[in-house]
Design a protein around this ligand. Structure first.
Ligand SMILES: [Fe+2]
Length: 346
């Protein structure tokens, strides 16, 4: 099954057109959910979604809440991936229109709350707890409050298919409970700060790492080309995973002849501090300086250069460093999101 096939399903079922002030019948959501169940069991479908997701990652925007990789034009229905680090939860939140959610990889645990009682008592009243392993597809029809969490030690990936009306306040409760988290993707104050580029780089790398791990286990025709795209976008560590796998033709994963990194934003302010036998690299954030990483005193000269230069060559960082130590600094710079690989050279 392809993404287009699932979209055709939504078109053929009785979902309201975009802009219509209506919700679909429950049966339409149930019928769609049955098709989503078939879709997420099919790696062709998932690869198709990852293709769209990589386009979204390429746009390089900071994501808050759910960011759709695809929106059905006539129906306004959003398709979004959810990335769940170990232990992660968005907190208790409310859905006010239909949604269909599938766990694609690993698992989630979901707490639900009694919405009516919670509003009546002005506090969350637990109702249920259930486990959602990969392949499970749930749906919401009436407004509901829930709290999913990744209770495992591995990352999880979920697919959310969401009504364009989710988030509208329902007539019965015009104001949300204060304890509920907003799922809004609206930019917040500070998004124009150079440090936002660091957050974007960190987010991109985390998402690419998970997508890469998933693609490496997929045996569908589209996987090698998608892995080659991940290779082009990812950090050195993720690139190594792809190269070692030998899943991509060599021409798609040519190593660069030099390991050159560029500061993720020209105006990013980096400083360093020396203490005892260590040197710390700090980055200026909207909330003041934050430590990005610490290295041994032998890295003092290299870290000094990193605070001054916009482009650096990892292999020739100054100081009495071994090749492994230079590589460790290069990887730390990429993992912290302060620097990213310069593309298209070498
Ligand atoms: Fe949710």
């Amino acid at each position: 099954m392809k993404l287009d096939d699932l979209c055709a399903t939504f078109q053929s079922l009785a979902f309201p057109r975009l802009g219509e002030r209506a919700h679909p019948e429950r049966q339409a959501v149930l019928d769609a959910r049955a098709q989503v169940f078939t879709a997420v069991a099919d790696d062709e479908f998932l690869a198709d979604c990852i293709d769209r997701e990589l386009r979204l990652i390429e746009e390089g925007r900071l994501r808050r809440g759910l960011s759709p990789f695809f929106t059905l034009p006539e129906l306004g229905i959003h398709f979004t991936f959810g990335y769940w680090s170990p232990g992660m939860t968005p907190g208790p939140h409310e859905h006010t229109a239909w949604t269909i959610t599938a766990v694609c990889r690993n698992w989630l645990e979901v707490l639900t709350y009694n919405r009516e009682e919670s509003y009546r008592r002005r506090g969350l009243v637990p109702k249920n707890r259930f486990e959602a392993p990969a392949g499970k597809v749930g749906y919401i029809y009436d407004p509901c409050i829930h709290e999913p969490r990744n209770t495992s030690d591995e990352w999880s990936l979920s697919l959310h298919i969401v009504s364009p009306r989710d988030g509208e306040r329902p007539a019965d409760q015009p104001e949300p409970l204060p304890v509920l988290q907003s799922a809004s993707g609206v930019p917040v104050a500070g998004d124009a700060h150079p440090f936002t580029s660091v957050l974007i780089a960190r987010q991109r790398e985390r998402y690419l790492r998970l997508l890469t791990r998933i693609l490496l286990k997929m045996h569908v025709a589209a996987a090698p080309a998608l892995l080659a795209r991940c290779f082009g976008l990812a950090s050195s560590a993720t690139r190594r995973l792809i190269q070692r796998s030998a899943r991509v033709p060599v021409e798609g994963v040519q190593p660069d002849s030099t390991w050159r990194l560029a500061r993720t934003h020209r105006d990013l302010v980096l400083t360093h501090r020396h203490r005892d036998n260590h040197v710390a690299l700090d980055v200026e954030t909207p909330n003041g300086p934050r430590q990005a990483f610490v290295s041994g005193a032998s890295a003092r000269e290299a870290v000094g250069l990193i605070t001054r230069e916009v482009i650096i060559d990892v292999d020739v960082l100054p100081g009495s460093l071994t090749a492994e130590e230079r590589a460790a600094i290069g990887e730390a710079l990429e993992q912290t999101g302060l620097f990213t690989r310069v593309r298209g050279e070498g």
